[in-house]
Design a protein around this ligand. Sequence first.
Ligand SMILES: Nc1ncnc2c1ncn2[C@@H]1O[C@H](COP(=O)(O)OP(=O)(O)OP(=O)(O)O)[C@@H](O)[C@H]1O
Ligand SMILES: [Mg+2]
Length: 446
Amino acid sequence: MSLILVIDDNAGVAQALDLLFSLEGWRTLHAESPEQGLTMLASQHVDLVVQDMNFTADTTSGEEGVALFRDIRARYPDLPVILMTAWTHLHSAVELVKAGACDYLAKPWDDHKLVASIANLLELGQANRQLQQVRVRERRERESLAQRSDLCGFVYDDPATERVLTLATQVARSDLPILITGPNGAGKERIAEIVRANSLVRNGPFVTLNCGALPADLIEAELFGAEAGAYTGANKAREGKFEAADGGTLFLDEIGNLPGPGQMKLLRVLETGRFARLGSNRERQVKVRVISATNADLPAMIRQGSFREDLYYRLNVLELRLPPLADRPRDILPLARSFLGPGKQLAEGAIHALKQYSWPGNVRELKNVMARAGLLTQGDTVQAVDLGLRDLGARTPGEEIELDRESIEAAIQRAHGVIAQAAAELGLSRQALYRRMDRFGIPRAK
Ligand SMILES: Nc1ncnc2c1ncn2[C@@H]1O[C@H](COP(=O)(O)OP(=O)(O)OP(=O)(O)O)[C@@H](O)[C@H]1O
Ligand SMILES: [Mg+2]
């Protein structure tokens, strides 16, 4: 049950508020003076304070109230305080609201407004407490993840990213093939490094082959090696990546670009651990942990007949899906700061711009933007213009935002169901978010 402390020298006011609040299911405490009020605050947990501005008979300056408010703020920075003030002092009340008072009401007060304001502040306080608990839990999980595993300097803050990292470090210890999927520049290669660093073969070789960078006939020679004369230009026998990676990890980047014959041979190595160099019949046996990555839609490629379904199931025994940067918004600022390096900071406007931008090129784009901004910036503070981001302005405050059901659900999930937080992230008021949830039939939890 919420506890409200009324600090007012007038017993009649306190009684009236007590009655009003009891109808809402709130308990009321009454203090007649600022000193008594502060003593009560020190001795028990209070959810909200309603305070008068004058306590001595015949004073009307409001100075006592201002002093009391400042005392409360200094001791309890998060405690909601509502000021009750005479009409003649609205001006100083407005000043106090700027200084951190939560609301003010002119005496005689309007019951409905007062109750609505209190209900709002209590709900917000509760949401904040929940959020703090979530944050504490997140921090603990984060510390334990960092302790248990080697994250190779991977920068992140978003819970969505943490889920990927947790899974990556867990599956790292098995020797099953892993497929890392995600859009361009999202950090797939970094995830592959993390898998390797936490695997049992971390001290073995780490060999990379970009299947998108070579013509079809050369990829096979790269993967499996070739005897001298196996193809035009092959005048010396050469070792393939599979041999080089024996006892370690082979990272096959852009696996979606591996041509048909290569796919077939790769499938065979994955099944048997055996393969032969081009131009040779001699079978070789290797033990290689295969990690592959792609930004292609492999299931769609399977439907079109350009990727083997059996290979797909072999490769993605374990799939790590790295979301686009826009879907893990809490990563944006820590990444931006890490790319900017020490000694430079971000102006408020730059922070806003970074958060609003849609990052189609993901972390790589962010890295490039920050590198350029670092060069362009005069002095040590990066301004929004230094970022040179376009597609902004889609979300100016107050403007109706078009949001689909999925973005709303995702935001609520990221906020662990705390609506105030999800709304803040989406740039909506709580009411506006509730309206949209109702429209899409998203249930109001709790
Ligand atoms: N969490 C992170 N912390 C620090 N740097 C990161 C992080 N994620 C990505 N980067 C950096 O961003 C760039 C792009 O990352 P990476 O090459 O891993 O992406 P990718 O998903 O493999 O991209 P592509 O699809 O183009 O191959 C790299 O310079 C990488 O070091
Ligand atoms: Mg890559």
